[in-house]
Design a binder for this molecule. Structure first.
Ligand SMILES: [Cu+2]
Length: 496
């Protein structure tokens, strides 16, 4: 093992491993192995990736207060690296190739060891290339005092799936561009290199008028209602715990009991509305962080976000589908909770009607139970979310990420606010590594919103999040739509 770890000397593993060596004598790390796997989707087999423990457990389930002591083994024939989404490790252990350290070579391993100071629903996924699209993602559950013995845990990991290789999906997006309307506009001679938000489009101030966006979307036609641009990639299936509704994951629950649904949107590009059907739900946490509970039967979840929803199971036998419907469409996936001798009926893959696009309506009503301390920002960074549709180029402040882009300046101890201003017709779920943040402003409405790690910024909207610079290092800050991230909607912060 030492010789394999030595492959990574000087990188993340070396830093992570050195303090580990002595303690490892008493308690070996949990091994998470990255490996290829075969799954069956729509009756066809597909080769994808997975992350599991030697005993077959998919992902990691642990407790707050315990150390996160993990060895990742790369069983692929290519480099890989796993990011612990939502955790706040020392930056060398964050799992972002080129930022926190090098990827793990084929056959190599990397060690992680840091304290878990808060619990909740998190997840892990590859941050290397487009591997996330090959389902290289798994739950990362940290149980805490919110987990009650009378409450059954039900983890639902959502994914979008395509038989087309991710590199080909990306290539096709680059060829056709996003947003047919934009491409059409370019073709019609309106210019092929206009930057959204650039001076040429007179959209440098935001939020831009909706009519302007609508006009752009429609290629300059005088459309009244601006429709946001949704779902660039046409997927072959949407999965909940790797299954479609043709053969869903069936979870046994207690009649009259309680369950905690831990919904993880581990998809690469898709946002969903979670529908509880006949069950009454109580949303108690977002991205693992507790909020003042909100009752309901439908909750939106953007890419990379998580929802903890407590549900009460009615007495007697019954079957209760928990569905995730793709935003803007009828397509859906889900799991079925079965109480007693309830009979499971086939749930169609298409809902009765298309769902709306995700909005910030719920976000505005969320209130953190443990907000950040009241404090004026020491530093504010404005991040215009920008793009150039011809060629599928995505950027921040019109800068496409590359390793020469300087990190955003931040100093240790500061309260920092990030103002996300979306100047494109697509929503972007923005994720900051290594820190939790609090949503403090939506379009000028100041409030004490949810603490979380991924915030959806819909078209033409301005959302501000605040965080405390309390974890020095070099951290990624990016859109969590995989092909936007890969195309360059990515930047960093760095402080010592
Ligand atoms: Cu994006």
């Amino acid at each position: 093992m030492l010789s394999r770890r030595a492959v990574l000397a000087g990188g993340a593993a070396a830093l992570a491993a050195s303090p580990l060596v002595a303690r490892a004598q008493t308690s070996p790390p949990t091994v998470l192995k990255i490996a290829p796997r075969e799954i069956v989707v729509n009756g066809k087999s597909a080769s994808v990736y997975g992350i599991s423990q030697p005993d077959g457990v998919f992902g990691l389930f642990t407790d707050v207060g315990k150390p996160f002591r993990v060895r990742v083994e790369n069983g692929l024939d290519k480099p890989s690296l796993i990011h612990w989404h939502g955790l706040t490790p020392p930056w060398r252990q964050d799992g972002v190739p080129g930022i926190s350290g090098p990827p793990i070579p084929p056959g190599g391993s990397a060690d992680y060891d840091f304290p878990l100071t808060f619990g909740g629903t998190f997840w892990m996924h590859s941050h290397e290339g487009l591997q996330e699209q090959l389902l290289l993602a798994a739950p990362l559950i940290i149980r805490d005092q919110r987990d009650r013995p009378d409450q059954q845990e039900v983890v639902v990991l959502l994914a979008d799936f395509s038989f087309t290789p991710p590199e080909k999906i990306f290539e096709d997006l680059q060829k056709s561009g996003s947003m047919g309307g934009m491409a059409a506009m370019a073709a019609a001679g309106a210019g092929s290199s206009q930057k959204m938000g650039g001076a040429g489009m007179k959209m440098g101030t935001a939020p831009a008028p909706k009519t302007a966006m609508g006009g752009m979307k429609m290629g300059g036609s005088a459309a009244a209602a601006p429709a946001p641009d949704l779902n660039d990639v046409k997927y072959d299936a949407f999965l909940a715990n790797l299954r479609t509704l043709a053969d869903p994951d069936i979870v046994k629950v207690e009649p009259g009991g309680r369950a905690l649904l831990r919904i993880i949107n581990g998809s690469s590009m898709s946002a969903f509305h979670i529908g509880l059907g006949a069950l009454d739900g109580e949303l108690i946490a977002v991205d693992g962080f507790e909020i003042t509970p909100i009752r309901g039967r439908s909750f939106p979840v953007a890419t990379a976000q998580r929802l903890d929803i407590r549900v009460s199971i009615p007495p007697g036998p019954g079957a209760y589908p928990v569905l995730a419907q793709l935003e803007g469409e009828r397509r859906q996936t889900g799991v079925v909770l079965v109480a007693g001798k309830g009979t499971v009926a086939r749930v169609p893959d298409l809902a009765a009607a298309a769902s709306p696009a995700l909005t910030l309506d719920l976000e505005r009503s969320l209130r953190a139970t443990k907000p950040l301390a009241q404090r004026k920002a020491d530093r504010v960074h404005t991040l215009n979310l920008t793009g150039e549709m011809a060629g599928y180029i995505w950027s921040i402040n019109n800068v496409v990420w590359n390793k020469d882009v300087p990190p955003l300046a931040v100093a240790k101890g500061e309260r920092v606010e990030l103002v996300f201003v979306n100047q494109t017709p697509m929503s972007h779920p923005m994720h900051l590594h290594g820190h939790e943040f609090q949503v403090v402003d939506i379009d000028g409405y100041r409030f004490s919103g949810a603490v979380r790690d991924t915030i959806l910024v819909p078209p033409n909207r301005r959302v501000t999040v605040a965080f405390d610079a309390n974890n020095p290092g070099y951290w990624a800050l990016h859109c969590h739509l995989l092909y936007h991230l890969d195309a360059g909607m990515f930047t960093t912060i760095r402080y010592v």
